[in-house]
Structures are given as structure tokens and as C-alpha cells.
Design a protein around this ligand. Structure first.
Ligand code: NAP
Ligand code: F7E
Length: 326
């Protein structure tokens, strides 16, 4: 039975990845931080077969302990301060976790693997935010990186450190450059879930409007359940490598609003949406669209859920949850 250790198991991707690995027969371990993490109950309820280890990406000895106690064949480093807007307000914390945390994990894996660094396969959760002020359309693995936030800069550090450990120590280390992926498990601070929750509450008469920032930014949005399959596929290859994972379609926030409101029978959303400076960013990433040809050709990966299906899935889940009073 292969063994996997996932950091960020309480997050959107951690939950989907753990479910996927359990269905494949893995012994799954997760890193959980804090003395009384409020998401522990959720993980234990959804994933009773996952074993949790206390640790924090900023505390290398805790990572070494988690590796010793789980002894994994595969490590998926999904833990991060992941909210771009928050990263300007907490740039040093973001750097400690999202950038230096990757180095801590790589070094802990290298030490744990002793003389056989290739024996522990490593996945790093890199991001399309690294492309930032895009230098090429669509963006692929060799597109010049131009990050536009402390989060993006931190991800660039983690990305190159992963490549460096692969090249320096022969580690089986892969970096997945994932474009935005969403689901009903997306945190409510991110724009898609903020909209799907608001649409459900507006439809049910519990809220009269939603306040957003820039409606013109464009993102390549896919379904998180599809994207964790690409993570797993990367670690099944003979060598570590870097892959863009994306749908190849881009939509603006306005398009997302169109689809979400239309799904509940509202054709004109303008009376329900206000804009406010406080949700605008100091620097915006205007246009993202990924070229996932390499993932398609080498991994045999392609997305299954379309943009419209994703929006409908999120709005339906929020309608159901709101009706049940969650
Ligand atoms: P998420 O829902 O925000 O989850 C982030 C996870 O990181 C949570 O489990 C969180 O734990 C954990 N974490 C935060 N600080 C930590 C620390 N100091 N030590 C250990 N763990 C810590 O993010 P996600 O959407 O699942 O994304 C997973 C990864 O992919 C992240 O690295 C993200 O940056 C990256 N990524 C995401 C996307 C996307 O569109 N979703 C795209 C590209 C890359 P708590 O629950 O304890 O806070
Ligand atoms: O913003 C605009 C905002 O916060 C998307 C993370 O998973 O994906 C995510 O980062 C866009 C931006 O995601 C609001 O200005 C407008 O242009 O949902 P978001 P993100 O910043 O793209 C990447 C790939 C990651 O790696 C990150 O970890 O929507 N926007 N109005 C808004 N955004 C938010 N959050 N809230 C608004 O009210």
C-alpha cells in the first residue's frame, strides 16, 4: 500500500486529494497545524481513515517528525497562505509559509530520505499567479514569470526551489502550475464562492446584494476535483517535471456573475451587485489563460467539468446548504 503525506489537508485541494488517494488504496496522512484547529472535526468526519500529524510549515522539526511518523512514498505540499488579497497585508507571514515553508519541506524530505532522495516523490503546489503581469498568451511552462503580489512572489520562490532540489539532489520533485480551480469546498473569501453563496442567499430572499471589487479580471477556472488527479499523475511519472494544469478557457468575473445568476433564473444581476474600492488590489492580475498541452500529452490529463457545470455545481451546493441552514 503506497503512503502519502499531504500538507494543507484541511484546505479545498487537500480534501479532494485525500479522497482520491484513499480510493486508490493509499495510506493517507495529513499535516494539521495549531493547537485546536477548527477544521480538524471536518477532516475527521469526511476522512476517518486519514491519520493526522501536528505540524506547521514554518517549523521544520515538526515536518521532520511528521515524515518520520508517516514514512511516505509521496509528499504533496499544498499548505500555504493562499489568499492573494491577504498576502499584501501579511507579506512577511506569506513569505514564511508560502515561500520558506516549501524550502523547509524540501529539506525535511531530503534529510528523511537519507542517501535515496529519489525514493520520496514530492509535489509542489505552484500557481498561475506566478505569471502575474502576463508576458505571453496563453501561458505555458516556459512563459516568463512576473508575479504581482507577495503571494505570487512566494510561489515563484517555491517553484524554483523545487526545480533546484530536483536538479541538485536528483529528487523526484514536480511542480504543478495550477490555474484557478474551484468547488463547493472553496473558501468563501475567494470570488467564485463569494458569488455562489451570495446568489443562493439572494435567490432565497436572505440577502439583497453582494459587494465585489474588479469585475473585469479574467481567470481560467476549472474544477478542483479534476485538478487533484493531475497532481497524482505527476508523481506517477518516471521523473519529476513541471506542468501547467488549466482548461484553456478564460472568463471574467462578469461572466461568472452572468452564469451564476442565470442559473437561478435572474437575467439582470446589476441591481444585486455593488463595487467597492476595499476589494480592489494594489496590483491586479488581469488575464490568465493556460496552455495545458504538456499535461494532456505526457500525463493524459484533461478537465472533465466545464465552466457552466462548475458554476451550477457551486450555486446548487450553496442553495442546498443555505436551505438546510448551514
Ligand atoms: P486553501 O483551501 O486555502 O488551503 C490552504 C491550506 O494550507 C490549509 O489546509 C491551511 O491550513 C494550510 N496552511 C496554511 N498555513 C499553514 C502553515 N503555516 N503550515 C501548514 N499548513 C498551513 O488552498 P487550496 O485552494 O486548497 O490550494 C492548495 C494549494 O494550491 C495552496 O498551496 C495554494 O496556494 C495552491 N494553489 C491553489 C490554486 C487554486 O485555485 N485553488 C491554484 C494554484 C495553486 P488551515 O486550515 O489550518 O488554515
Ligand atoms: O480572485 C477579483 C480579484 O481571490 C479572482 C487562489 O486560489 O487562484 C486564487 O487566486 C479575481 C481577482 O482568486 C472580488 O481581484 C473581484 O482578479 O478568487 P480570487 P485569485 O486571486 O485568482 C490562484 C491561482 C491561486 O494560486 C490563489 O491561491 O477576482 N475579485 N471582486 C475579487 N476577489 C475576491 N477574492 N473578492 C472580491 O470581492
Amino acid at each position: 500500500m503506497p503512503t502519502a503525506l499531504i500538507t494543507g489537508i484541511t484546505g479545498q485541494d487537500g480534501l479532494y486529494l485525500a479522497e482520491l488517494l484513499l480510493t486508490k488504496g493509499y495510506d493517507v496522512h495529513g499535516l494539521i497545524r495549531g493547537q485546536n484547529n477548527p477544521k480538524r472535526d471536518l477532516v475527521e468526519h469526511l476522512l476517518p481513515d486519514v491519520r493526522l500529524h501536528h505540524g506547521d510549515l514554518t517549523d521544520m522539526s515538526s515536518l521532520i517528525r511528521a515524515l518520520r511518523d508517516s514514512d511516505p512514498d509521496e509528499v504533496y505540499n499544498l499548505g500555504a497562505v493562499s489568499f492573494v488579497a491577504y498576502s499584501w497585508e501579511n507579506a512577511a507571514l506569506t513569505t514564511d509559509v508560502t515561500a520558506k515553508g516549501v524550502l523547509n519541506m524540501l529539506e525535511a524530505v531530503r534529510l528523511h530520505a537519507g542517501g535515496h532522495p529519489e525514493d520520496v516523490r514530492f509535489y509542489q503546489a505552484s500557481s498561475s499567479e506566478m505569471f502575474g503581469k502576463v508576458q505571453e498568451v496563453p501561458q505555458h511552462e516556459r512563459t516568463l514569470l512576473w508575479p504581482r503580489s507577495p503571494y505570487g512572489v512566494s510561489k515563484v520562490f517555491g517553484h524554483y526551489m523545487t526545480i533546484n532540489y530536483r536538479e541538485s539532489y536528483g529528487m523526484h520533485a514536480s511542480s504543478g502550475i495550477l490555474f484557478n480551480h474551484e468547488s463547493p469546498r472553496r473558501g468563501p473569501e475567494f470570488v467564485t464562492r463569494k458569488i455562489s453563496e451570495a446568489v443562493a442567499r439572494i435567490k432565497l430572499g436572505l440577502q439583497d446584494h453582494v459587494v465585489l471589487g474588479n469585475l473585469d479580471a479574467e481567470r481560467d477556472w476549472g474544477f478542483a476535483g479534476d485538478y487533484v488527479e493531475a497532481m497524482w499523475l505527476m508523481l506517477q511519472q518516471p521523473r519529476g517535471d513541471d506542468y501547467v494544469v488549466a482548461t484553456g478557457e478564460t472568463h471574467s468575473i462578469r461572466d461568472f456573475l452572468d452564469a451564476a445568476f442565470a442559473h437561478v433564473g435572474i437575467d439582470d444581476w446589476t441591481p444585486y451587485v455593488r463595487q467597492d474600492e476595499r476589494f480592489m488590489r494594489p496590483a491586479e492580475v488581469d488575464h490568465l489563460i493556460g496552455d495545458a498541452s504538456k499535461a494532456r500529452e505526457v500525463l493524459g490529463w484533461k478537465p472533465k467539468v466545464s465552466f457552466r457545470e462548475l458554476v451550477a455545481m457551486m450555486v446548487d451546493a450553496d442553495l442546498a446548504a443555505t436551505r438546510q441552514g448551514w
